[in-house]
Design a protein around this ligand. Sequence first.
Ligand SMILES: [Zn+2]
Length: 105
Amino acid sequence: MADSSPAQIALILAFAVGIPAIYFLQRRVFGPDRDTRARCPACGSHRFKRVTWIRATVIIDGERAPDSWGYFLCQSCGGRFKQRLGAGFEIPSEEEWAQHCSGRV
Ligand SMILES: [Zn+2]
C-alpha cells in the first residue's frame, strides 16, 4: 500500500467521507421518527407533554376493537394536539379538549 495510486486514494476518500455522510443523512431523514422524546409538531419543542391517554373500545364493521389515543400540550407554543396510535397529529376541538383534558393541565 506504499505506492497507492490516485484511484485508490480517491476510493479511500470516498469511503471516509461517504460513509459518515450517508450515516448523517439517514439520521436526518429517519431520525425524528426514532426519537423517543416527543416533539411538538407545530414548533418542534421538546417541551411537549402528554396530558392524558384514552383507551376505548370502538365498533368497526360490527366488531369490537380496542382503540387508544392521547392528548398532548406543547408548553412552548401552547399547541394542543390529539394523536391516535400509529397516526399523525390532529387538532382536537375545544369541546373535546375540555371534556378530556380540563383539570389535567
Ligand atoms: Zn409547540
